[in-house]
Design a protein around this ligand. Structure first.
Ligand code: TRP
Ligand code: SF4
Length: 405
């Protein structure tokens, strides 16, 4: 893929703290994060500044929402030993990069972001004609680029934002990646690869630049990235040289589209706080049970003897998420022949949801009882994140003419 820079293995994603998470968040986002943390280097953060772009008038809810959300992450199985967890506002370098990138971000890119008009429509009762809200995707861009993340797991609605971060990175590299004497420095870096690798790199580069052979570019990149002894600066030069531009300071990230979850809410619509159809990740068992027992079923089943159609029933959608093929055929058979009652049908779903939320509650317990543990996890993650962010900022300041004394 083009545009991937160094450390393209790193994964970064963020979530706005809007309160306790529900099963829609788990099946739609967290389950995927849990999986990714075992495969790649992962950074997950709480986007508390982003929540202020729309909720600037309720600062009192932030603190609790943040800690509730982090506990839900841990409850889901995010492991602070595998993934780095931190809070955006505790790494103020994001704001500095946001500011510096704003210098070269065309207003029209922000105005055209699909989320901009949509959200403004959706939250009509709020005045969102603010600079901060307009700049939402730029702040997100800074979040991503500051870690030189290679992949950003997001839902479809966020893909345009990741696209924007690619465009801004490209523009940045184009403007600032052309250090004086770039070609000479790049050629000097080629020599440092060692005789054999230098020849290989040169041939692969020629093959790509002259023949457009993508495979050669990939090979050359792998050669550079895998090289053990040259500096990061030289690696960036060699990759920039390869791709025809200058030095790649801020690599372009890729959106990693999260598989769409089928998790329905209690009414069959998408599970969402605004629809009031959620089951909380750590909800009390008796409430989970009551909520599912009260779910509407196929309206055709007025009496037990009326056959129904699972396709018209939100409970069926829960079976699709939780039940085995055996249980599902038992449901279809029993429902369409009026052989089972709706409460019978709900029983296996209730059991599965209780098992799942039970595991979350079990994992969360330790953190609910010891808030200092959660603070310590975040403090450690923030420190690690901040170190990387500071390294990036040094380079950014330097190319933007700001590291004079
Ligand atoms: N905008 C994202 C959302 O609403 C949250 C977010 C902020 C984010 N910064 C990010 C996601 C950086 C991925 C990468 O869900
Ligand atoms: Fe829905 Fe199950 Fe009742 Fe059929 S039997 S209407 S699938 S709850």
């Amino acid at each position: 893929m083009s545009g991937l820079g160094l450390q393209n293995q790193r994964i970064l994603s963020g979530m706005r703290p809007t309160g306790r998470l529900h099963l829609g968040h788990y099946h739609g986002v967290l389950k995927n994060w849990v999986k990714l943390q075992h495969e790649r280097e992962c950074f997950f953060f709480v986007a508390d500044w982003h929540v202020l772009t729309t909720h600037y008038d309720t600062p009192e809810i932030i603190e609790n929402s943040v800690w509730d959300m982090v506990i839900d992450w841990l409850a889901a199985g995010i492991n602070p030993g595998s993934a780095t967890l931190f809070i955006q506002s505790k790494v103020p370098e994001h704001a500095e990069l946001n500011l510096l990138l704003s210098m070269m971000t065309p207003l029209s890119w922000l105005e055209r972001a699909p989320s901009y008009k949509e959200q403004q429509e959706k939250l009509k009762d709020k005045d969102l004609s603010n600079f901060g809200f307009l700049g939402y995707p730029l702040l997100q861009t800074a979040d991503i680029l500051i870690y030189r993340a290679g992949a950003v797991p997001v839902g479809a609605d966020q893909v345009p934002h990741v696209e924007m971060s690619r465009e801004i990175a490209r523009r940045f590299n184009h403007v600032y990646g052309r250090e004086s004497g770039f070609e000479e420095k790049a050629e000097a870096a080629v020599k440092k690869l060692g005789k054999k690798n230098a020849r290989l790199y040169t041939n692969l580069r020629r093959d790509f630049v002259q023949e457009g052979n993508e495979e050669s570019r990939e090979k050359a990149k792998a050669l550079v990235e895998g090289h053990a002894s040259i500096t990061i600066g030289d690696k960036e030069r060699l990759i920039g040289y390869l791709e025809g531009g200058g030095k790649i300071i801020l690599p372009e990230p890729q959106a990693l589209l999260t598989p769409v979850s089928k998790m329905p809410g209690l009414d069959g619509q998408k599970m969402s706080k605004s629809y009031g159809n959620t089951i909380g990740m750590r909800e009390a068992p008796e409430d989970v049970e009551t909520k599912i027992k009260r779910m509407q079923t196929d309206p055709a089943r007025v009496r037990l003897t009326d056959p129904g159609n699972p396709d018209n029933c939100p409970v069926w959608q829960l079976h699709e998420v939780y039940s085995s093929d055996d249980v599902k055929s038992w449901v279809r058979e029993g429902c369409t022949t009026a052989g089972i009652g709706c409460l019978d049908c709900k029983k296996p779903v209730i059991d599965c949801v209780l098992k799942e939320t039970g595991e979350f509650r079990e994992r969360a317990k330790e953190f609910e009882e010891n808030p200092e543990t959660v603070r310590a996890i975040i403090a450690e993650g923030t420190e690690k994140a901040r170190e990387i962010a500071q390294e990036t900022m040094e380079e950014v300041r330097q190319v933007m003419g700001l590291s004079y004394r």
